[in-house]
Design a protein around this ligand. Structure first.
Ligand code: NAD
Length: 378
């Protein structure tokens, strides 16, 4: 009995762990389908040399909870293809196609892009087995980073959360760490709601202007491949100074663990809306909670990307997808923050409870949740 595999098992999953090995191609991969009670799992294909089975299972679980929290009829899964993502294109295509082909009958897993894979990879997989999201526009995809699906959701989460933090979004001062696909669109959509961007950062610097930064100019600068340090206006500070900027709303949209116990005290905002994944340590979130800084957790606030992907899979247009993101994220943010306030718990705890309850309720409707639909009803 392979006891080590079952060490990963708990009351939610994983439902299946599949190893794929094709020595002739040098193909080695793993698929973890965590839970499919809500529907077929969606989760990224990560191409990397150093992801453990345990990490893959943790990422699959994160997708189960994120998809359930977002109210999607999809479970969570994750796949890993071992190798250097920068390998020659022909070899990468061969491995991706081989991996997808080996998993062609695993209808309960829908491939999506992740680190080391992109829309071209998803197009190969779609061509191979007909099941992938995050596709190029030419074959029915919605380019979610180009249109700002996640930033759209972050802006709506901020709008719903503002009154919980006793803030008015109109006129609120916003600081954004990371001015990439998530950050720049969040800035744009928040400005449309009357907020003022007073600081933005990237790897080159923190740009600060209490009177408000020119968002269109900053987006044009970044889209031309340059850094914020090249913007002619505003005060240039060190990259990490964005943490201590005087503002009302702070949005991490860069890297994990940027706010920790050692720098959480510097944060001056009353509301944090997490665009990045796990940007704060658990200890930092507890410290901020004690200081009454409201933190909308990542898997509630940044679910716009996965909602967009699910809508794409079901053939929706970009405008329908945006409508779904707005509705889902507004409702979930409201529900999580109301529960957190009612029960006196951290919003992250409230979000985890909400997602877990949804998965368990869905499991309760099923004879078993090993497949997302009864045989013959796929
Ligand atoms: P991106 O690469 O487009 O942008 C990241 C930006 O952050 C870049 O401008 C980069 O210069 C900047 N940056 C990197 N390190 C920094 C640092 N230490 N300090 C300040 N700025 C820094 O990436 P993205 O797609 O916008 O993703 C950002 C985060 O959001 C990641 O954690 C990602 O996992 C998460 N996320 C993204 C999406 C999505 O739809 N793209 C969805 C959910 C979560």
């Amino acid at each position: 009995m392979p006891a080590d595999v079952f060490q990963l098992a708990d009351e939610l999953g994983p439902a299946k762990v599949i190893h794929v090995h094709e020595p002739r191609l040098g193909l080695r991969g793993v698929l973890v389908v965590d839970n499919v009670a809500c529907g077929p799992s969606i989760g990224g294909l990560r191409m990397a040399s150093d992801v453990s089975l345990e990490e893959c299972a943790r990422l699959a679980r994160a997708m189960t909870l994120k998809n359930a929290a977002a109210g999607l009829a999809h479970g969570g899964g994750k796949s890993v293809l071992f190798g250097d993502p920068k390998m020659a294109r022909e070899q990468k295509e061969q491995l991706m196609r081989g991996f997808a082909h080996a998993l062609r009958n695993e209808a309960d897993y829908i491939f999506g892009p992740d680190m080391g894979s992109d829309e071209t990879c998803m197009a190969w997989i779609k061509d191979e087995i007909g099941r992938a999201v995050g596709l190029p526009r030419e074959i029915g995809g919605i380019p979610l980073d180009e249109v700002g699906a996640t930033g759209w959701g972050v802006a709506h989460a901020a709008e719903v959360a503002a009154p919980f933090a006793k803030l008015e979004l109109r006129g609120a001062r916003v600081a954004i760490q990371g001015f990439g696909a998530v950050g720049k669109h969040a800035a744009r959509f928040l400005a449309d709601k009357g907020a003022l961007l007073v600081a933005a950062s990237d790897t080159s610097c923190t740009l600060h202007d209490p009177a408000g930064l020119d968002i269109a100019a900053l987006i044009a600068l970044k889209d031309s491949g340059r850094g914020l340090a090249e913007h002619p206006r505003g005060r240039k500070l060190a990259r990490d100074d964005v943490v201590g900027i005087e503002c009302d709303v702070w949005i991490p949209a860069a890297r994990p663990d940027v706010v920790r116990e050692d720098n959480a005290g510097a944060l001056k905002a009353r509301l944090v809306v997490q665009g990045a994944n796990i940007p704060f340590t658990a200890g930092a979130e507890r410290m901020l909670h004690e200081r009454r800084v409201l933190v909308v957790p990542d898997f509630i606030a940044n679910a716009g990307g996965v909602i967009c992907a699910a809508m794409e899979y079901h053939g929706a247009s970009q405008s329908t997808a945006f409508q779904a993101i707005e509705e889902n994220i507004r409702e979930n943010t409201r529900e999580v923050l109301a529960r957190a306030r009612r029960e006196g718990i951290l919003p992250r705890q409230a979000a985890l409870e909400l997602a877990t309850e949804r998965v368990k309720r869905a499991m309760g409707y099923r004879r078993h949740s090993l497949t997302s639909s009864a045989p013959g009803h796929i």
